[in-house]
Design a protein around this ligand. Sequence first.
Ligand code: DC
Length: 221
Amino acid sequence: MIVAIDGPAGAGKSTVAKILAKKLGFLYIDTGAMYRALTLKALNNNVSTGNQDAVIALARTVKIELLHNPDGSLTVMLDGADVSMAIRQPRITQVVSDVAKIKEVREILVNMQRECGEKGDCVLDGRDIGTVVFPQAEKKFFIDASREERTRRRFKELRGMGEKIEEAAVAQDLANRDRIDSTRQTSPLRRAPDALYIDTTDLSIEQVVEKMFSLCKKNAE
Ligand code: DC
């Protein structure tokens, strides 16, 4: 069974996806981590994310692996090196949408995501899982929250990681990514017509997971 979770940045998708996958005994696939890993590769190679041809060339040879840890977390490997922390840096977040909007990059990474998903029961989170990657997914969710709440969550997360960033900068980054992710030509962020919309602004993580879990269980019966 494939569970597709889409939604804007900071809505809490990866947090709930990870817990839901563990509860269901499914693999968790963080597709945003793949776009982030490729972005890191570009920066490591002094390739500007605006240089689309060079980024596409890197995408053709990149090796990205998601290793599943017993506690449900993921280790993200880029060409054999652990980049799980490095891909969360603000310098990656600021430009990842420019990499994710490139059509050829999406084709390559979507193929990788389909290969991962075809291995068995999976929970995938991203922007286009229910619309493009797995339109036939048995269960689809669209997770959302107000811009203010998403900013608060991202800010808390980044401060927790020791980043000295201002809340206004986080708000600016979210607004920018929302704009690029939802207006790009190739598979923009859209709610699939058959996706269940969940506004998590006033819900706890447990409430969201419980709601999703009971719906997935119903579907599996
Ligand atoms: O979920 P995230 O913040 O880690 O995603 C990083 C970026 O990757 C995000 O700005 C949009 C892009 N993305 C995408 O275009 N399609 C996906 N399936 C996942 C992420």
